[in-house]
Design a protein around this ligand. Structure first.
Ligand code: NAD
Length: 313
């Protein structure tokens, strides 16, 4: 029997592509997209949509009951760069939306949850290279503090109330269908757009800032694979480390120059540099590989070819 699915924050960078993928896989009618705002027309036309504020428990409960939802993907959040500007709003959105969904599952109104964490759970005292699954975390950003707290609550609800919640610490995500929503790794999307349109880009991070990144297709596939895994195989109920590639702004620029030789880049680091400096350079994802067979497909070259090809259209 098909299970009805609700995506919250469906109009964002990840939610948009997740909605398309889930609709392609299960059929449009059983995948309900929701967001606090309307999305692009193609997304709005692709299946059922509800305007929904994730912090409003009663409204959420109503949508879940109306569509007989079994599975929820909670993608609404305030991201790292924006959260530094609005700390309390970020905390309220990121935590209250999560509690609402966890409590629905505790009350057996939904049976399975996906909630994304982030590499932002790590901080300046975390080992920077090949960062292990279990290590010192101590995040120093508002966003990272909310994600780490979220992880602790997910594990708690699983252990105490048998809630089937699953999570991934996404790295910076690169995609061409939707623009990123206020994160510290947004430069790795903007750079492709600027390279094609203006032939030049001013990067808000230093040239040698290495960060973990992933192409969106890999991130969506990881999400679906984790959600389809046997519950017995999911040993981590906080969030899994996940890795694909790491590169610096200089390295991505050099890669683009192989395809657009005249492309130029300069660097004007802003407040986002401090956020990036507090995060790992590379991530160890052995646990995800062992528990549910994770393996990335896109490296920097494959990502660059795909981004430039798709954006040119
Ligand atoms: N994009 C990345 O690189 C990345 C990396 C790590 C983790 N994540 C996590 O993945 C999730 C999705 O990220 P994204 O990049 O798609 O973010 P995004 O900012 O692009 O999208 C978030 C969506 O949530 C919606 N939203 C905001 N407030 C809402 C509310 N009160 N109720 C309902 N919807 C609301 C927004 O309108 C937006 O469409 C977030 O939890 C984020 O922390 C993203």
């Amino acid at each position: 029997m098909q299970k009805n699915i609700l995506i919250i924050g469906a109009c964002g960078q990840i939610g948009t592509e997740l909605t398309y993928s889930l609709r392609e896989k299960h059929g449009s009618e059983i995948v309900v997209a929701s967001d606090i705002r309307e999305g692009d027309q193609p997304l709005m036309d692709s299946g059922p949509f509800e305007l929904l504020d994730a912090t409003d428990y009663d409204a959420l409960e109503e949508v879940v009951a109306y569509y007989e939802i079994e599975e929820v993907y909670l993608m609404a959040a305030m991201l790292s760069a924006t959260a530094e500007r609005f700390p309390m709003r970020a905390w309220n959105l990121n935590m209250n939306s999560l509690f609402n969904v966890l409590n629905l599952a505790r009350e057996k109104k939904v049976s399975k949850i996906f909630w994304p964490s982030s590499i932002a759970v790590f901080g300046p005292n975390t080992p920077k290279n090949d960062t292990p699954q279990n290590t010192i975390m101590e995040p120093s950003t508002v966003y990272g503090i909310s994600k780490q707290s979220g992880e602790r609550w997910c594990e708690y609800y699983h252990n105490k109330f048998d809630v089937d919640v699953r999570s991934i610490r996404y790295p910076g995500l690169i995609s061409w269908k939707t623009m990123p929503g206020g994160g510290t790794t947004d430069y790795a999307v903007e750079i492709y757009h600027k390279a094609l349109v203006e032939g030049t880009y001013t990067c808000f991070l230093n040239k040698d800032t290495s960060l973990p990144m992933m192409f969106m297709d890999d991130a969506i596939r990881a999400t679906l694979e984790l959600m389809e895994s046997d519950p017995e195989d999911i040993k981590v109920r906080s969030a899994y480390n996940l890795s694909a590639m790491s590169f610096t702004p200089e390295e991505i620029a050099e890669r683009i120059q192989k395809h657009i030789p005249d492309f130029t880049i300069d660097y004007e680091p802003d407040f986002r540099q401090a956020i990036a400096d507090s995060w790992p350079s590379s991530i160890n994802d052995e646990k995800a590989q062992t528990d549910w067979g994770w393996k990335a497909d896109f490296d920097l070259e494959k990502t660059t070819v795909e981004m430039l090809t798709q954006l040119k259209r």
